[in-house]
Write a protein that binds this ligand. Structure first.
Ligand SMILES: [Zn+2]
Length: 282
């Protein structure tokens, strides 16, 4: 599946774990830089996979408990799947799709690369985990990320982030998925049966509490490779360019793996909203 990823929050920051010195207002400052491959900005496939897996876990009765104690936990939810050879069906939906120890999984993302020119910017944010003596003074600003000046300040850090509207493209590879599995995956991507455009916002990367990292996944094309001897011919000629919408609609209609309660909550929370975002430590 060819997918475009559009940044819909003010900024997206996906770090490489690297710190670099950058000249900010004439001074060298330590900066958390955006992930790159060679010189190109990328969103690593592993980051995409991790984000989508987390949503699949939440939307299905998968291992890794995310439910609060006072909510009902479906009987199939458990601490973690153990794979026994040849017994894929015994795994929870997330492990069946994304893999677990000893099982590679059947869903993989390529690293996402920029569409057109994507210009990163340096922004300043308050540390997410401040020292304890600064007690959580809540300070909310109207809407979205609050831009701070670029003066160095205690308990703040510089991030290299890409702005709203930036676009990336990636390929999602899936092998031998059941329709209900592809339906679950599509939901985790924020795709919906009833809307022309995907409207659910998926959170990606770092500094989510600072209202960074909201993206939309836009499926552009699905190519299916046949099985058996047809596999080789379809590998040669590129497979059949399946219509995205009818296929997704068919899969989204299959709700066997969906936890309806979790789906309802996800839709409420993932809907893009103009709510204030805390600016300072909290
Ligand atoms: Zn599992």
């Amino acid at each position: 599946m060819e997918i475009e990823i559009e940044v819909v929050s003010d900024y997206l920051y996906v770090g490489s774990g690297q710190l670099e010195l950058r000249s900010i207002q004439g001074r060298e400052q330590v900066c958390y830089v955006f992930a790159r491959q060679n010189e190109t900005l990328i969103i690593p496939g592993t980051s995409l996979k991790g984000a989508i897996r987390g949503i699949v876990e939440a939307l299905s009765n998968s291992c890794v408990r995310i439910k609060a104690r006072n909510e009902s936990v479906p009987s199939r939810a458990h601490e973690g799947c153990e794979y026994k050879k040849g017994e894929r069906e015994a795994l929870c939906p997330a492990c069946r799709l994304f893999g677990t120890t000893g099982y590679r999984g059947r869903v993989h993302f390529a690293d996402a690369t920029p569409v057109g020119e994507v210009r990163p910017e340096i922004i300043k944010i308050a540390d997410l985990w401040p020292p304890r003596q600064i007690q959580g003074r809540k300070f909310y600003q109207n809407k979205a990320h609050q831009r701070l000046d670029l003066k160095p300040a205690k308990n703040h850090r510089f991030l290299e982030a890409v702005p709203k509207g930036a676009r990336f493209q990636t390929n999602l590879f899936f092998e031998n998925l059941l329709e209900e599995e592809l339906g679950l995956l599509a939901r985790a991507l924020g795709l919906d049966l009833h809307s022309e455009d995907p409207q659910w916002v998926v959170k990606l990367g770092g500094a989510k509490p600072r209202c960074l990292g909201g993206v939309r996944f836009i499926p552009r094309r699905i190519r299916l490779l046949g099985e058996g001897s047809a596999l080789f011919s379809s590998l040669l000629n590129g497979g059949s360019a399946s219509e995205v919408k009818p296929l997704l609609a068919r899969c989204l209609a299959r709700e066997e793996l969906l936890d309806q309660e979790a789906w309802k909550r996800f839709r409420q929370e993932a809907r893009s909203k103009d709510e204030p975002c805390p600016r300072e430590v909290y």
